[in-house]
Write a protein that binds this ligand. Structure first.
Ligand SMILES: Nc1ncnc2c1ncn2[C@@H]1O[C@H](COP(=O)(O)OP(=O)(O)OP(=O)(O)O)[C@@H](O)[C@H]1O
Ligand SMILES: [Mg+2]
Length: 227
C-alpha cells in the first residue's frame, strides 16, 4: 500500500526551477533515503510534501498522517521536554491526558531520556534535543516520519546516537523518508534511495542499484564523500 504518492511535483522560486516534475511513492513500512548535492532540491521536496511550501504544480496524495524532524530540532525553548512532547497530542489531537503522558514517558524511555522529562531544551546536548524532537514527532502517531538531515548539526558521536534511533525505528517498520548526507547509513538502512540532482530524480532504486550506478553525477557526488 502506498502511504504517499507524489506526481509531477513542480516548484520554483522566481526564475529558479527547484523541483522539475518529481514523482515518487512511499510504501507502508518502507525507508526511503534522499541524497544529492547541496541545492539539488531535497529540502524543498520535503517542505512541499509536508505542506510547509506550496507547490507550483503536481499532486501529493497521502493515506494517513505524517510527522517531521528538522535538522535544528525546533523544540519550544520555553517548554519542558515532557511538554514539548505532549503539547500537540493534547491540544491538537485532543487525546486523553493520562494516555498521552503514559505514551510520552514510554517514548522518552525508548529514546534513553527517562530522566530528562523536566529538563528544558537548553539543558540538553544536541543529540538529546534531537531525540526529544523524534519523540515529539512519534507522539502524534504518524504513519510516515520525515527527517531533513537529522544529524547534520551534530558531532560524529551524537550522529551515531541518532542514526541508531532511526535504525531501531526502521526495524520496527516505521515508514520513513530521510534526507541525509550519511551515505553509509543510507546504504544500510534504506529500502529505496533517490539521488536528486538539479531538481530532478537522477537515479532511484535499491541502495545497491543507486550506489553502484554508472551515472556520472552520482559518481562525482559519491567521490566527494570518499575523499
Ligand atoms: N524560500 C526560498 N526562496 C528562494 N530560493 C529558495 C528558497 N528555498 C530554497 N531555495 C533555493 O532552492 C534550491 C534548492 O534548495 P534546497 O534547500 O531544497 O536544497 P537542498 O538539496 O536541501 O540543499 P542542502 O543539501 O544544502 O540542504 C537552492 O538553490 C535554494 O537556494
Ligand atoms: Mg536541505
Amino acid at each position: 500500500m502506498s502511504l504517499l504518492k507524489i506526481s509531477h511535483l513542480r516548484k520554483q522560486f522566481d526564475d529558479l526551477e527547484v523541483l522539475k516534475d518529481i514523482s515518487l511513492e512511499v510504501e507502508k513500512g518502507e525507508v526511503l533515503s534522499i541524497i544529492g548535492p547541496s541545492g539539488s532540491g531535497k529540502s524543498t521536496l520535503l517542505r512541499c510534501a509536508t505542506g510547509l511550501e506550496k507547490p507550483d504544480g503536481g499532486e501529493i496524495i497521502y493515506q494517513g498522517t505524517f510527522g517531521l524532524v528538522f535538522q535544528n530540532f525546533n523544540l519550544f525553548p520555553h517548554y519542558s521536554v515532557l511538554k514539548n512532547i505532549t503539547d500537540a497530542p493534547l491540544k491538537v489531537q485532543k487525546r486523553k491526558k493520562d494516555e498521552v503522558l503514559k505514551e510520552a514517558r514510554e517514548l522518552l524511555k525508548k529514546m534513553g531520556l527517562a530522566d530528562k522529562e523536566k529538563a528544558y531544551p537548553f539543558q540538553l546536548s544536541g543529540g538529546q534535543q534531537q531525540r526529544v524532537s523524534i519523540a515529539r514527532a512519534l507522539a502524534m502517531n504518524p504513519d510516515i516520519l520525515f527527517f531533513d538531515e537529522p544529524t547534520s548539526a551534530l558531532d560524529p558521536e551524537l550522529t551515531g546516537e541518532i542514526l541508531k534511533v532511526i535504525k531501531d525505528l526502521a526495524a520496527e517498520h516505521m515508514t520513513m523518508v530521510i534526507v541525509t548526507h550519511e551515505m553509509n547509513f543510507a546504504k544500510n538502512v534504506s529500502d529505496k534511495v533517490i539521488f536528486m540532482d538539479k531538481g530532478v530524480i537522477a537515479e532511484e532504486g535499491t541502495p545497491e542499484e543507486v550506489f553502484g550506478s554508472d551515472n556520472v553525477r552520482m559518481k562525482e557526488f559519491l567521490g566527494k564523500f570518499a575523499e
